[in-house]
Design a protein around this ligand. Sequence first.
Ligand SMILES: Cc1cc2nc3c(=O)[nH]c(=O)nc-3n(C[C@H](O)[C@H](O)[C@H](O)COP(=O)(O)O)c2cc1C
Length: 218
Amino acid sequence: MKILGISGSPIQNSNTDRAVQIVLEATGVRKREFIKLSDYTVSPCNACLGCISTNRCIIKDDGIMLAEKACKADALIIGGYTPYSSLDSRTKSFIERLYPLRHRHGMMSGKPGVAIVTCAIPPGRTNMPPSCENGLQAIRNYMMEEGMEYIGGISIVGNVPCVKCGDGGQCQQSGLKMIHGPEATVESVGIKSIEEDPEIVAALQKLGEDIMEKYYGG
Ligand SMILES: Cc1cc2nc3c(=O)[nH]c(=O)nc-3n(C[C@H](O)[C@H](O)[C@H](O)COP(=O)(O)O)c2cc1C
C-alpha cells in the first residue's frame, strides 16, 4: 500500500506540514510520501479539456508528476491553510490538476481520503468567516466529487502570521487584534505548535488509523 500526504502550506515546517506527517506516520505504511507543494510548480487547471482522452494534463509543470503520484497512491491526505478564509491556492491548484484522473476511469474513486486545514480564526467566531470550515469543505468536496471515501477532516487553529511579523502589536490592521480582541498582544496570543495539544495529535493519529481500517477492513 502507498499513501501520499500533501501540504499546501509554504511556511517552513508549518503546523500544516507536521499535521499531515502525523497522519502519514500513524498509518504505519512503509511506502508513504510527503510532498510540500511550495517545492514544486503547479499551475491551476486551464479547463482546456486536453486531458479527456489521455488522462494526462497538457500543462508542462510539476502537476503532471503530482497527479501520477496521486494516481499510484492508495490513499490521499490533503492539508491546506486558509489565506483570506478560503483554501490556499497551491492546494486548490493541486486539486484542480487531479482532474485528468477523472475521465472514464475514475482513478481516485473508492480511495480513502483525509482533509486537514489550519486557520487562524478559531471556530464559532460569529463576527469572522468560518475559515477552517471553508477550507475543509473545499477538500471534502473534491473527494466527494471524485467518489473517494472521505474518512474525515480536522481543522486546526494555527498561527496568526502577525505573531511573527514583528509589527503585530502595533499594526493598524493587526490580525491579532481582529481575531483576539483589542487587548491582544504577540505575547498573549503566542506561537502555537500542534504537538502541544495532545487531543489534536490523537485526533490526527486516529485519522491515520482510520485510513488503514477503511483500506483493509472495507
Ligand atoms: C496572506 C494570509 C492571509 C491569511 N488570512 C487568514 C484568514 O482569513 N483566516 C484565517 O483563519 N487565517 C488566515 N491566515 C492564517 C493562516 O491560515 C495561518 O497562517 C495558517 O493556518 C498557517 O498556520 P501555521 O503557521 O500554524 O502552520 C492568513 C495567512 C496569510 C499568510
